[in-house]
Design a protein around this ligand. Structure first.
Ligand code: FES
Length: 278
């Protein structure tokens, strides 16, 4: 120890020979200027602890704010609903019994003046169920009274098919888009006497050929549902044909609503008939 102004002070990095830069008593200067923990340096450690606490609290507040923001964003933008693959769905008749080929062939035919449809694969995707075979018997040579051996058709005559019930132009659904039995309108687009017609803007689709476009403005065929049967003749939907575009209004036919589940029941509806065919 060396005498400073008549006093003995402990050794320090700031000595009496240098000017006191802080203008404070040497004891306090030494403690503030310390860079490492020392015995009795509680003020320094406390300061550092307080800073660390402030940083930690700020981090927690920021994380909490981020979580709240994320939660609010999730609420504003609900998660996308949908399914990951086409399910196998059993079709149920309007009376609640399993739909069979025998029932379709006895109850529905190309002359049936009603829209028969079911939802698949999502709850907001209706599809026509059609039996294009005429009740009177085999189709005539011009197939103006019905059709058989239709692409992806099932049943005795491969005449039972299913197509999307949402128009591929601007998305008008059943019954604005409806099946027209032979002779419903004087017009015969593409020489066809029966077809699906959309009353919104006049598009027509060839039900005997993959719902291809007969008249516009639609330029994309209706998506076609794949059907199959089991040994008892029960009917199932299990996918869409390989060339099918997504259902109108859906970026992906599997996304945009919940799946229908393991069964889907038929609905019957009176068609809207409007012969505004271009
Ligand atoms: S929505 Fe069907 S023709 Fe326009």
């Amino acid at each position: 120890m060396r005498p400073v102004d008549g006093l003995y002070a402990p050794a320090s990095r700031i000595t009496a020979g240098r000017p006191n830069p802080f203008g404070m008593p040497l004891g306090q200067i030494r403690r503030v200027a310390s860079v490492g923990p020392r015995d009795g340096d509680d003020d320094v450690d406390e300061t550092k602890r307080n800073i660390l606490k402030m940083v930690a609290v700020a981090g927690l507040v920021a994380a909490g704010a981020g979580g709240l923001a994320g939660g609010a964003l999730q609420y504003i933008q609900p998660p996308t609903v949908g399914i990951s693959a086409y399910p196998k769905v059993q079709l149920i008749d309007v009376d609640g019994s399993p739909l069979t080929v025998a029932k379709v062939e006895s109850e529905y035919n190309v002359e049936s003046n009603q829209d028969v449809f079911f939802y698949y694969p999502l709850l907001n995707e209706p599809n026509f169920l059609l039996n294009l075979y005429p009740a009177s018997g085999s189709p005539n040579s011009g197939q103006t009274n019905g059709a058989e051996n239709v692409p992806y058709g099932i049943g005795t005559h491969s005449s039972i098919v299913a197509y999307s019930g949402i128009c591929q132009h601007l998305g008008c659904p059943i019954p604005a888009i409806s099946f027209y039995p032979p002779g419903t309108c004087p017009q015969t687009p593409g020489g066809k006497t029966f077809y699906i017609h959309c009353s919104c803007h006049g598009s027509t689709y060839d039900v005997a050929n993959k719902a291809s476009n007969l008249t516009g403005p639609a330029v994309i065929p209706l998506p076609q549902v794949l059907l199959e049967t089991d040994t008892a003749g029960n009917i199932y939907a299990y996918g869409m044909t390989p060339g099918s575009a997504p259902v109108n209004g859906h970026l992906n036919t599997l996304q945009g609503d919940y799946g229908v589940g393991s069964t889907s029941q038929l609905t019957k509806q009176t068609p809207i008939i409007l012969c505004n065919i271009a």
